[in-house]
Write a protein that binds this ligand. Structure first.
Ligand code: SAH
Ligand code: SF4
Length: 340
């Protein structure tokens, strides 16, 4: 008989498993607590269960874990983890220390079908959606590895387009917020702009923070660098952002990768400020992280600074995101999970 992976089950799935195994209902709650809060990697570690019950359960089930294949530390303290999945695929997660924050950047797919021209992940041919437990397990595994340091924030900014894997990502969000008790305010989902899914997210998923990778101020440029724009152009995307329900005091983050000669002019900055009018927003300017053969370059610091200045003068919050972990290829758009 094939053993059941308890982590691969959703909450109702685990409840049925417990019922079918003939165990009382409260065992489901107990198992969920040990898997998601105590973060155990085997049934044997669940010391609250008797030895006999642990043995019995181990005959029928197991708790899967991502396999740590490699861990690299950058000179700036960023740590990149390469994890192996059960079918031999691999993914990367990146832990970024910043003052009092420890942010974990997680992946939602093994590659990405959106094919943004500036992004290395988008160049990977093979794409598979991660299962909810493979998404959540990045948080569980890294927090075990880093213990006693605590992860304070989670961002879906690793490999993949989270809204292109909607069901598993929202299941993962549910597990993180309800079972792992991570605050919604500390989780950010970043999307390239799959408009119908943004609206569905607002209707059906836990209210986590939203980040939108805008990266251009005209459809002409955005069409060129982000093919998703041909289907969901800027006007539709920003309209969805306007309708996105925000909790009081919350804002949408707009990411803007700065590409020399493409989207970095003063006119772009002015247009960006106009486009975002009426949307509670903050802008993260991300200087392009160069990679071989991309055909793009990063603008000078002065040019990026001038762009930021124009946004600030128009009362926008605009930060220049310092790239972390570039020496170990852990920065935005550099993840490719060991593929050559
Ligand atoms: N797919 C999602 C989340 C992962 S990409 C999305 O696109 O939003 C995370 C961020 O990295 C995006 O904002 C993207 O625009 C940015 N990015 C991609 N390639 C980059 C590169 N080479 N340099 C800097 N930022 C990059
Ligand atoms: Fe995919 Fe995001 Fe990279 Fe675009 S920027 S290819 S959506 S991971």
């Amino acid at each position: 008989m094939q053993k059941t992976d308890l982590k691969a089950l959703s909450q109702p799935g685990l409840e049925s498993f417990v019922r079918e195994t003939g165990l009382p209902e409260f065992r489901a709650r107990q198992l969920l607590h040990w898997i998601y809060e105590k973060r155990v990697r085997s049934i044997d570690e669940i010391t609250e269960l008797s030895k006999g019950l642990r043995q019995d359960l181990s005959g029928k089930a197991y708790i899967s874990s991502l396999e740590l294949l490699r861990r690299e530390r950058s000179e700036d303290g960023t740590v990149k983890f390469l994890f192996g999945l059960e079918d031999g695929e691999s993914i990367e997660s990146v832990l970024i220390p910043d003052h009092s924050r420890l942010t974990l950047c997680i992946s939602s797919q093994t590659g990405c079908a959106m094919k943004c021209r500036f992004c290395l992940t988008g160049k990977l041919k093979r794409k598979r959606n991660l299962k909810a437990h493979e998404i959540v397990d990045q948080v569980i595994s890294v927090s075990r590895l880093m213990d006693p340091q605590k992860i304070t924030n989670i961002v879906f900014m690793g490999m993949g387009e989270p809204l292109d894997n909607f069901g598993e990502v929202t299941d993962a969000l549910g597990r993180m917020t309800e079972l792992m008790k991570i605050s919604k305010r500390r989780i950010t989902l970043s999307t390239s702009g799959i408009v119908p899914k943004i609206l569905e997210l607002a209707r059906t998923a836990p209210r986590v923070n939203l980040a939108v990778s805008l990266n251009a101020t005209t459809d002409e440029v955005r069409d060129r660098i982000m093919p998703v724009n041909r289907k969901y152009p800027l006007g539709t995307l920003l309209d969805a952002c306007r309708r996105f329900p925000l909790e009081p005091g919350r804002r949408i983050t707009f990411e803007y990768v700065m590409l020399e000669g493409i989207n970095d002019t003063e006119e772009d900055a002015k247009r960006l400020a106009k486009l975002l009018r009426g949307i509670p927003s903050k802008v993260n300017l991300i200087p392009f992280n160069e990679h071989e053969g991309s055909g793009f370059t990063r603008p000078s610091d002065e040019r990026i600074g001038r762009f930021q200045q124009i946004l600030l003068e128009r009362n926008l919050t605009a930060l220049i995101r310092k790239s972390k972990g570039r020496d170990i290829r852990a920065a935005c758009g550099q993840l490719k999970a060991g593929c050559s």
